[in-house]
Ligand binder design. Sequence first.
Ligand SMILES: Cc1cc2nc3c(=O)[nH]c(=O)nc-3n(C[C@H](O)[C@H](O)[C@H](O)COP(=O)(O)O)c2cc1C
Length: 167
Amino acid sequence: MTDTLVIYYSFTGNSKKVSEYVKEKLNEKDRKANILELEPKVPFSTDYDEVVEEWQNNDIKKDVEIKEVTIDLSKYKKIVLITCTWWYGISPVMKRFLKDYDLSGKDIIVASSNAGWLGHCFRDYKTLLPNSNIKGELDLVFSSNEQERDKMLTTQEEIDKWIEKLN
Ligand SMILES: Cc1cc2nc3c(=O)[nH]c(=O)nc-3n(C[C@H](O)[C@H](O)[C@H](O)COP(=O)(O)O)c2cc1C
């Protein structure tokens, strides 16, 4: 039975890598998991610094449209949410998704990948998921060093423990 859906948004690939790992890990344990990538309707600039600049204070000023989700979310009892952190909050893409789609009543674990400044990501998730059961939160830390932004500092063991919370 397919019962878990991993939903992620990733700008530079860190959250994507972890999402794929989580999916594989769940499938290893005889639980068929699927994966869904969220995408903005209009792609962001490929210039990293330009995007950082543009999305300052993303929590109050701006909104973004996302591509329609065609997967039937009602089939899944358990959800894994992973996004990058943008300006101390969850990414505007993940925010848009949580505003537009209803995950009420589901068991959920959440993660926000960041470079050391997680800010209010967990609060964002809680606010946008008032009727869901958030069973675990993961502070997913990558290097803040420009040369190695894809170096994960959170250990695989920590990720595995977090996945267990969905059981
Ligand atoms: C627009 C923008 C804003 C960011 N804001 C933060 C932040 O507030 N705190 C932080 O720790 N990292 C911040 N980062 C870094 C990313 O969260 C971090 O590199 C993350 O691992 C990237 O995940 P991804 O590869 O899935 O996009 C920001 C990056 C971008 C592009």
